[in-house]
Write a protein that binds this ligand. Structure first.
Ligand code: NAD
Length: 290
């Protein structure tokens, strides 16, 4: 996977934000890209704009629905004939943070249906085909340092969904390694600064069937501007990340054969060591700061 020219990539949630940055970086390298996203208008706009840069096609896909992801995989193998890079990137918040006991059952259902089942569906639909093809491949699952490294306590549902993604990807990587195939898995932690993406308005894609039952004021820090203020107040940097640059970073991580693709791994390791020390003493491990 040193040369991505002509390789076939699928990016879920690629109509905007981090997924779009990955799609842009892929096109720069001459890869062919299928963007799969639930948001039809954003998908059409993204594909329209990206098509000036290379070979790209959009397939409306709801990753929470296995039939939809299976149809995506069938279409990719029928039309493009291969998938070398699968980015299971689509994700949502749980619709705002707050106290764990104030989250509703539908907050869990929606968040898990996209973040956890979405990744599961991508693996179920694509990995058997990728293995059968005998070609090299990489499955990159987008997790979050929130949950993947340590939970942000006010984002408990989201954090637990991303802990699930990280844990599952590790198991997947071990199992893929045992097949002796050239298909592997990696976990991606979007990082490197503040990410100004549509995640802050993820509710726009929330299905009515999984709407909240009770009205409640959003928890503090659940808009981009509030979050930025919180970071500034805590003396933390508020520089935003260039999303195409982040896409390039992910591709470099793939070329380098990394399992964990993330900025700031030394700080993450410090936190993980502190967590391990606490766990070894039977104590509550320290949480992520923000
Ligand atoms: N933004 C951050 O700070 C941050 C940090 C760590 C991890 N992440 C993760 O990065 C990934 C991308 O998020 P983002 O920040 O770019 O947000 P975003 O909202 O800009 O992008 C997410 C994309 O997923 C799509 N999507 C939502 N539900 C879907 C569904 N059911 N099926 C298919 N597509 C669906 C959206 O339409 C959108 O295009 C997510 O997994 C997110 O959890 C984001």
């Amino acid at each position: 996977m040193q040369d991505l020219n002509g390789r076939m990539a699928v990016v879920t949630g690629g109509a905007g934000g981090i997924g779009r940055g990955i799609a842009e970086a892929l096109l720069e390298e001459g890869a062919r890209v299928v963007v799969a996203d639930v948001e039809e208008r954003a998908l059409d706009n993204a594909v329209g704009e990206l098509s000036e840069r290379g070979d790209v096609r959009g397939v409306r896909t709801d990753v929470s629905d296995f039939g939809s992801v299976e149809a995506l995989a069938s279409s990719v193998y029928e039309v493009e004939g291969a998938c070398h890079l699968l980015f299971n990137n689509a994700g949502v918040t749980s619709g705002g943070g707050g106290k764990p006991w104030e989250q509703e059952s539908n907050d869990w259902r929606w968040c898990y249906s996209v973040n956890v089942f979405g990744v599961a569906h991508g693996v179920l639909a694509f990995v058997p085909r990728m293995l059968e093809s005998g070609e090299p491949g990489v499955v990159v699952n987008t997790s979050s340092q929130d949950g993947g490294i340590a939970p942000v306590p006010y984002a408990s549902v989201y954090a637990s969904s991303k802990a699930s993604v990280s844990c599952f990807t590790e198991a997947l990587a071990h199992q893929l390694a045992s097949t002796g195939s050239d298909v592997r898995a990696a976990v991606f932690y979007p990082s490197g600064g503040l990410l100004e993406t549509g995640l802050w308005t993820a509710q726009r894609n929330r299905p009515p069937a999984l709407a909240r039952q009770r009205e409640r004021a959003p928890a503090p820090g659940t808009t981009f501007e509030e979050f930025k203020k919180q970071l500034a107040a805590a003396g933390l940097p508020t520089d935003t990340v260039d999303l195409t640059e982040l896409g390039r970073f992910v591709l470099q991580g793939i070329k380098d054969g990394k399992f964990v693709i993330s900025h700031g791994l030394e700080e993450a390791a410090d936190l993980l060591h502190a967590r391990a020390d606490a766990i070894a003493k039977g104590e509550l491990p320290p949480a992520a700061r923000l």
